[in-house]
Design a protein. Structure first.
Lengths: 470, 433
């Protein structure tokens, strides 16, 4: 990757243009058009300071920007809880299908039967995989799905005149979007602790349950990559107190082929199509977070309207293409192969990294920093951040760092099922090398990365004196 | 196990990995799952298709859609899409990358987001924009939440009844659960009181007519409330920016900046505000800084607002947004520049006014909006059989004249549709029995 320092505005010169538009409204350039005059009071007066750049320079600029980026297509991306699996190219072809891209979302139903069938087919595929009844596809991301799902939880209780249920239980290992979504939905958070073995502490849960509990938000496997074995008991307890169970589908990948969340007692779930179902992350979206419901919540499914039209339809097209390509035979292998890769790495690096929970993991697992961080007189030990930055020098994207909060030097690794053994072995070798570097001289890691377009950025100044536009 | 193109593992690979782990089979890796939860059946899914079969599947479904010339707006606009854009956005370093948390290998993403933020600020006149929202309606809902969070002890927001119905639906949904008092009013200024945190009005009403917002900012601020404007970013090339109206917050949808209709999504919301409100902004913000060698670079900043740090105290729950669609708009605006964007609006407006006058001339419509100005979209009261007319439009290959709740029919013209197309549409109206 080469350092390219331009912003598009710096390529701008007055008089350049990159646009191509018809010369006039009438094809013959004729005069049969009314002069448009808008009242002065509503017209823009301040200058319109957009860049004036030729088309070739626009293309070159963004091409050069892209070359400072790292995608799944570039290399291994073991980000825990992100499921950075291969993004199939047939998905892209399907998503830009010319018989779909020109459809206005408000066109009459009889003119969009194909689009509606895409939605219905995806609905039944996701229902089959998850054991839920039906989905709403309005949410545009996982957190958006969480919010929508919590709204459904509240609708369920409100329909019963049960207005006291204003709290939702969330494990201390939960992803930040869980409590944030609850807050946006007007719910208070109650935290349930995890045991030393990483699982939700059922004994700590019991006293939290009461008539003010709307439900519990969980992910299974949890954010440590551990299967919550006692989910049956948890479901029984929560239902008994009148609450509902919400499944955060961010960690759905290892369950493909093995477990359906609907069979575990969950009432509402969201899926991340941009994780489990291979649609590309796009640098931070667009995603899609469809929300599925069990029979009990089905009557309320269409009540919360959390986006403007039908959801991120082109993302849904990609997910359906993915499911059709895998078919029932391969969907059921995705989970086991993802789990295989995760356990393989976990076992291979536990001689260099602290493994707080040695039991079999699912699709991801957590290390708690280096076994030997090289700390010595006058030299600070290498941290998880340092390991992550050094990995960049070796051409790998770092795993998730400092999450979940339970382990202070957390390094969460999720390889997914689309990585070859050679890739995993290369990662293992590099991680061993970095561990050796740390033991010998942590400053090699402290000063990393060296081989990337930029070195470590000064984030402190960025926050203290924010420069947020050109 | 059969081979599948996305799974690299051979039997040998699997064997070697199982050996390292110390288990005999893949099933053993699920020994921690109680047997009662294991799904032992076959998924009720089709059998694996080849790529050609997948192509055929979608071709077949595509033929069940009717391709129409789109002359309706209402939040989704059929503008021309420059050929360059998908070429850039489908570059896999952009498409398949993650959120730019590791800034050293994400400068591409961070820079285009910085450019997007800058362009949104230049269009709206605001000081800071975030990295994008899901769409215009959710951006509007989050702006209201922001206004509540920014004013002390006020729990009411007032929004204009002139907002698009789909924007209002999302606003109602978001305000319902936290119990924020929502007033939807024709005359928002008359609803101001000392419990009002903020007011949201559209620059262009759902009927396509452009509002004159003179005096709004003064009255709203005098009441101690904040002022937000919902706008179409493309029209800001010719219309007053929210900042020129004295607004504190600007929201809207970037779909009109060259994003295809895509049956409703993905689109991209924007949310921009004055400096004083920056720390209440939801979502990601990219900031400029220098690296250890003093080189200019960009990072996600002010992250203490966000869910991964503040959890339930975050300004919002938003995590993934619409980053790649923000890139789409950024490339669009880079190509268009000020002249191109003005031209888009000129051509669209010329078409819309031509169509407006021609439709009135048929005698089958009435304009009940006086001489209120419009740009590229307008609604008219029908004086004919609406059902028949809409059927005739469809048979003629048009999606036009969508009927709104008040009975009026919506028409929108973009630079894609010239005089010939509009004459054909008018002919259908003229020939209506």
């Amino acid at each position: 990757m080469k350092y390219y320092d331009k912003l598009i505005f710096e390529l701008s010169r007055p008089g350049r243009s990159g646009y191509s538009l018809p010369r006039s409204f009438a094809a013959d350039g004729g005069t049969a058009m009314p002069g448009i005059s808008l009242p002065a009071g509503i017209c823009r007066e301040s200058p319109l300071d957009l860049p004036e750049v030729s088309e070739p320079d626009v293309v070159r600029h963004y091409t050069n920007l892209s070359q400072m980026n790292f995608g799944v297509d570039t290399g291994f991306y073991p980000l825990g809880s992100c499921t950075m699996k291969y993004n199939p190219k047939i998905n892209e072809e399907v998503a830009s299908h010319p018989l779909f891209t020109g459809l206005h979302p408000l066109q009459p139903a009889e003119t969009v039967r194909g689009a509606q069938e895409v939605i219905d087919t995806l609905d039944s595929c996701l229902a089959a995989i998850t054991g839920f009844e039906h989905f709403t596809f309005l949410p545009c991301a996982g957190a958006h799905g969480e919010l929508t799902g919590l709204m459904l939880m509240r609708e369920y209780h409100m329909a019963r005149g049960d207005s006291a249920r204003t709290k939702v239980i969330v494990p201390d290992s939960a992803h930040g979007t869980n409590p944030a979504s609850a807050a946006v939905c007007g719910l208070e958070i109650v935290v349930v602790k995890s045991r030393p073995d990483g699982l939700v502490d059922v004994e700590d849960l019991k006293p939290l349950l009461g008539p003010d509990i709307a439900g519990i938000m969980m992910t299974n496997p949890n954010t440590l990559g551990l299967f919550e074995r006692e989910i049956g008991e948890i479901a029984r307890l929560v239902h008994e107190c009148g609450g509902l169970l919400y499944y955060d589908g961010a960690n759905m990948n290892p369950l493909l082929g093995k477990v359906r969340p609907g069979d575990m007692g969950f009432d509402i779930l969201h899926l991340n199509l941009h994780k489990t179902f291979s649609t590309p992350h796009g640098g931070g979206g667009p995603g899609s977070g469809p929300v599925g419901v069990a029979k009990s919540v089905l009557p309320y499914l269409r009540i919360p309207v959390t986006s403007g039209f039908h959801g991120n339809f082109a993302v849904m097209m990609r997910a359906l293409a993915y499911i059709l390509m895998l078919g029932r035979e391969n969907v059921k292998m995705a989970g086991p192969l993802a789990v295989l890769g995760a356990n393989y790495i976990k076992e291979s690096l536990k001689d260099a990294f602290k493994l707080p929970i040695p039991s079999v993991c699912k699709h991801e697992f957590v290390y708690d920093g280096l076994l030997n961080d090289g700390a010595r007189e006058g030299v600070a030990g290498a941290t998880t951040l340092d390991v992550a930055k050094r990995l960049l020098d070796y051409g790998f994207h770092a795993p998730t760092i400092y999450f979940p909060l339970l382990f202070h030097q957390a390094l969460m690794v999720e390889p997914t099922e689309t990585e070859s053994k050679e890739t995993l072995d290369a990662f293992i070798e590099v991680m061993h090398r970095i561990a050796a570097e740390a033991a010998e001289d942590p400053d090699i890691l402290h000063s990393a990365p060296h081989n990337t377009p930029i070195r470590r950025p000064d984030e402190t100044t960025a926050a203290r004196n924010p420069i947020v536009k050109a | 196990m059969g081979t599948f193109a996305y799974f690299p593992h051979t039997e040998e690979d699997i064997r070697a990995m199982l050996d390292r782990i110390g288990v005999a089979s893949l099933d053993d890796l699920y020994s921690d799952v109680p047997d009662s939860f294991k799904y032992k059946g076959e998924y009720d899914l089709p059998s694996a298709m080849s790529e050609q079969e997948v192509r055929d599947f979608f071709d077949k479904l595509g033929r069940k859609n009717v391709q129409l010339k789109v002359l309706v707006g209402q939040g989704a606009y059929d503008h021309y899409v420059p050929s360059v854009i998908p070429y850039i956005t489908s570059r896999s370093e952009f498409l398949t990358s993650y959120t730019p948390y590791q800034s050293e290998i994400s400068q591409g993403t961070l820079r285009y987001i910085f450019e997007w933020q800058s362009m949104i600020c230049r269009l709206t006149g605001m000081d800071v924009s975030n990295a994008s929202m899901y769409d215009g309606p959710t951006a509007a809902a989050e702006a209201l939440r922001m206004m509540i969070a920014s004013t002390r002890k006020r729990n009411k927001v007032v929004v204009s009844a002139g907002l698009l119905p789909n924007v209002l639906n999302v606003i109602r949904t978001y305000m319902k659960y936290p119990g924020i008092e929502l007033v939807v009013a024709k005359d928002v200024l008359s609803e101001l009181d000392d419990n009002t945190a903020g007011v949201l009005v559209p620059e262009i009403c759902k009927c396509g007519r452009i509002k004159n917002l003179a005096g709004y900012a003064d009255k709203i601020h005098a009441a101690g409330a904040l002022f937000a404007v919902y706008c179409d970013p493309s029209t800001l090339a010719v219309l007053k920016s929210p900042a020129e109206w004295g607004a504190d917050i600007a929201v809207g949808d970037g779909q009109s900046l060259g994003i295809p209709l895509n049956f409703g999504g993905p689109y991209v919301g924007f949310l921009a505000c004055r400096t004083e409100l920056m720390r209440k902004l939801p979502g990601r913000i990219v900031g400029q800084t220098t690296d250890a060698d003093g080189k200019r670079c960009f990072v996600l900043t002010l992250q203490a607002r966000e869910q991964h740090i503040r959890r339930e105290k975050a300004t919002s729950n938003i995590c993934s947004n619409e980053s790649l669609m923000a890139l789409w708009c950024t490339v669009y605006l880079s190509l268009m520049g000020p002249e191109g964007l003005r031209r888009v609006n000129e051509l669209s407006a010329q078409g819309a006014h031509y169509l407006h006058d021609a439709l009135l001339a048929t005698g089958k419509f009435e304009d009940t909006h006086g001489d209120k100005p419009f740009l590229n979209e307008f609604t008219l009261k029908p004086l004919c059989d609406v059902d028949k007319l809409q059927k005739a439009f469809l048979s003629g290959g048009f999606f036009a004249g969508l009927q709104l709740e008040n009975g009026e029919l919506d028409f929108c013209v973009t630079e894609k549709y010239g005089k010939d197309v509009l004459d054909a549409l008018v002919k259908i109206v003229e020939e209506l029995a």
